[in-house]
Design a protein around this ligand. Structure first.
Ligand code: ADP
Ligand code: MG
Length: 687
């Protein structure tokens, strides 16, 4: 057998099974050994019926004492029952909807059952156990792998095939040099492949898992370092160094120290002759827009165009407005390009960008449309980058150099405080500037958690604030993002109506949600921004970046429905002006875990701390949603538990690259292949 041996050549694999296996991505013997279990069953111990512990799965050798009996309970429910015995006692075994067991099991034969024993009065029973003949047990006595499955492929089939492949294939080749393995305490490859599938102890399984996650994170770290190296290679547009003080004098405020530092770091990149790839990370309200404006101004002075991409139309429009305010005094015009603009308007923007008449455009994904060409694009800015994939970022950058000339500078702005371990991965290919200081004079937002019983008082508080001239957001869970929510569009509309007509008839109540047409959304947002509405009922469309300094109260209905980081983002909509601000989380959820989670928000306003808690409580899925980032999907490594391994893998990668920055040495060729393999979903990243 060889790694390339097709699965159809395995005994017992016909057309149907081969098709099923193919759905799992399994075609060859080599695919099998690389298909890792998602869990394990400890089948090492065997028990008698009487001595078996209850409610945990165990192996019990039994004799089938009678023919399986079929009982047709009702359509769609097929029950097969049988009595089994061992030397001392008997037990009833029931299979639901597994009629085939009548053919598979025979009276008088011995089987080993694997399942949970339940006690009913004074007799014991088992439901839907797995079984194998006692005379030829294949999986009893071992730690049994449990694989991700699909219709027509049972775990036993897959485990059997993997077992065979492990036995008959030559031992897996070692991809890591021995002294490297020794230095990092990593077990040999061949041993690890055996142990990840059929470990003889949980210690050995852990050793195998450690090796594979280390390897995965090591290749990932190498890949990201190579990407960074490659991106910063080549020529970038050269902006002239400029006196930033000249720009600051045009601003309505003095930059904070942190903003100034971020601008300086970006300016150093952009004047270096190499392309910039920089992430500016700053909590909500830290003033990232001004940093972007300063960079755009540098581009403008050097005669280059700048494009900024935002995740939603509302944000793009708002950015265009606020950047106009900041940049108009410098003589710059900021254009807007969104999908919902009229064709004629779009064409005008295309033309202005193509001729170079427009030096700065802000837009949505519409910037990636075919019609968009630039005369001389020198700087690409993306806002709230966690919503964009790496590919989109580079797609916009690619607009700069259809002919393969200089890469534009790339500035990524993110308000999502990402825990350091994850940031290293998600933004591994970027240099980072952190804005860790809020503009002066900010009064921290006070956050309260209240139940339904406080609703009247809460509305009273809204009234007080509006009478004092302030504005209020009331957020309902977004229908479009949360299909299980009972807040459907009707409920949101109805709630807005009740607030408008019954609760606050004396105030102007606006409504904005994701299902509105772009123009209606824009009108509702514009009215609120201009102070023409007092209360804005909204869904999470306002989550990112919306800036209305006069709004000082945000009420979040069903707050338990959101992740902490999302609540923190929502809370960031207030506390932007000179007035004391409040965030009221409404939830009647009594679950102690939920309350503890929400309490994190009432206790801290540190976005990084909140993100760490979120990660602990909800796992990295939110930050690291599968392919969203264009980065590889990891099979073994888990960011929650493997933070130490990650650090070690990164150090190892850095050390290796210090000696051979592009992995160009012949002895490193196999490593380069591994890295390419890991990034195979994005082959163009390494071409
Ligand atoms: P974010 O980092 O969330 O994008 P913004 O750029 O929207 O923050 O800035 C938030 C608010 O703070 C805006 O109203 C902006 O005008 C104001 N701001 C930004 N920088 C400063 C500063 N250095 N001093 C005073 N106000 C500032
Ligand atoms: Mg912003």
């Amino acid at each position: 057998m060889e790694v390339t041996t097709p699965l159809r050549d395995f005994p017992g694999v016909g057309d149907a099974r081969a098709k099923g296996l193919e759905r799992l991505g399994l075609r060859t013997a080599g695919d099998l050994t690389a298909y890792f279990p998602r869990g394990y069953e400890d089948r090492r111990e065997q028990y008698t019926i009487a001595a078996a512990p209850l409610d945990v799965p165990v192996c019990i050798p039994v004799l089938l004492a009678e023919e399986p009996r079929r009982m047709n309970i009702r359509r769609g429910l097929d029950v097969t029952r049988m009595k089994v015995v061992d030397g001392a006692s008997a037990m009833l075994v029931t299979f639901f909807n597994q009629g085939y067991v009548r053919q598979a099991l025979h009276r008088g034969e011995e089987y080993i059952l694997y399942g949970k024993v339940e006690q009913m009065g004074n007799h014991r029973q088992m439901t839907n156990p797995q079984f194998e003949p006692a005379a030829r047990p294949r999986f009893t006595g071992c730690i049994m792998p449990v694989y991700p499955l699909t219709a027509g492929v049972s775990n036993n089939l897959l485990a059997g095939l993997v077992q065979r492949a492990l036995e008959e294939l030559p031992p897996a080749a070692e991809s890591l040099p021995e002294d490297f393995r020794a230095a990092h305490g990593l077990a040999p490859a061949a041993e690890c492949y055996r142990n990840i599938h059929f470990p003889d102890s949980f210690e050995n399984l852990e050793a195998a898992r450690r090796r594979f996650s280390f390897e995965e994170l090591f290749y990932l770290s190498l890949g990201l370092a190579l990407l960074r190296e490659r991106r910063s290679r080549g020529e970038g547009p050269v902006f002239q160094a400029a006196e930033l003080e000249a720009f600051e004098r045009l601003l309505p405020f003095a930059l904070t120290g942190a903003q100034r530092r971020a601008v300086r770091e970006a300016a150093a990149d952009m004047t270096s002759g190499r392309p910039m790839n920089r992430l500016v990370q700053g909590d909500v309200g830290s003033g990232k827009t001004a940093v972007a404006a300063a960079c755009a101004w540098l581009a403008f002075r050097a005669g280059w165009q700048c494009a900024m991409m935002a995740p939603t139309e509302i944000l793009a429009e708002q950015h265009a407005r606020s950047l106009s305010v900041l940049l108009a005094p410098a003589g710059m015009t900021v254009g807007l390009l969104t999908g919902s603009m009229r064709a004629a308007e779009k064409r005008a923007v295309y033309a202005a960008l193509g001729s170079g008449a427009l030096s700065f455009v802000v837009g949505t994904h519409a910037l990636l449309s075919e019609g968009v060409t630039f005369q001389r694009l020198g700087l690409v800015i993306t806002d709230e980058q966690h919503r964009f994939g790496v590919e989109q970022r580079s797609a916009l950058a690619a607009k700069a150099n259809p002919a393969g000339a200089a890469r534009p500078h790339v500035l990524v702005m993110s308000a999502t405080p990402i825990p350091r371990t994850l940031a290293l991965i998600i933004y591994g290919d970027l240099d980072v500037s952190v804005i860790d200081e809020l503009p002066p004079g900010r009064i921290p937002v006070r956050t309260l958690l209240v139940g339904e019983s406080k609703r009247r008082r809460m509305y009273g508080f809204v009234r007080e604030q509006v009478r004092a001239g302030r504005q209020v957001y009331i957020v309902c869970p977004a229908v479009e993002e949360n299909p299980e929510s009972e807040w459907d569009l009707k409920a949101v509309n109805e709630y807005a109506r009740v607030l408008r007509e019954e609760v606050f008839p004396e105030f102007r109540v606006g409504l904005v949600h994701g299902k509105l047409k772009a123009r209606e959304k824009e009108a509702a947002m514009a009215a609120f921004t201009a102070g023409e509405t007092d209360i804005l009922v909204c869904t999470t469309v306002i989550e990112v970046g919306v800036d209305v300094p006069n709004a000082n109260l945000i009420i979040i209905e069903n707050a338990d429905r959101y992740g902490l980081s999302q609540l923190h983002q929502l809370r960031g909509r207030v506390g932007r002006g000179a007035h004391q601000s409040w965030c009221v989380l409404v939830s009647d959820n009594r679950n102690p875990e939920t309350r503890a989670r929400l309490k994190v928000l009432t206790d801290t306003s540190d976005g990084f701390k909140i993100a760490e808690e979120d990660l602990k409580l909800r796992g990295p899925g939110d930050f690291f949603g599968a392919r969203q980032h264009g980065l590889p999907v990891l099979r073994v490594a888990d960011f929650n538990t493997d933070a130490r391994v990650l650090k070690e893998a990164q150090d190892a990668a850095a050390e290796l690259l210090a000696g051979d920055p592009a992995l160009a040495l012949p002895i490193h060729r196999p490593l380069l292949e591994k890295v390419r393999g890991l990034f195979e979903e994005n082959p163009d990243m390494f071409n």
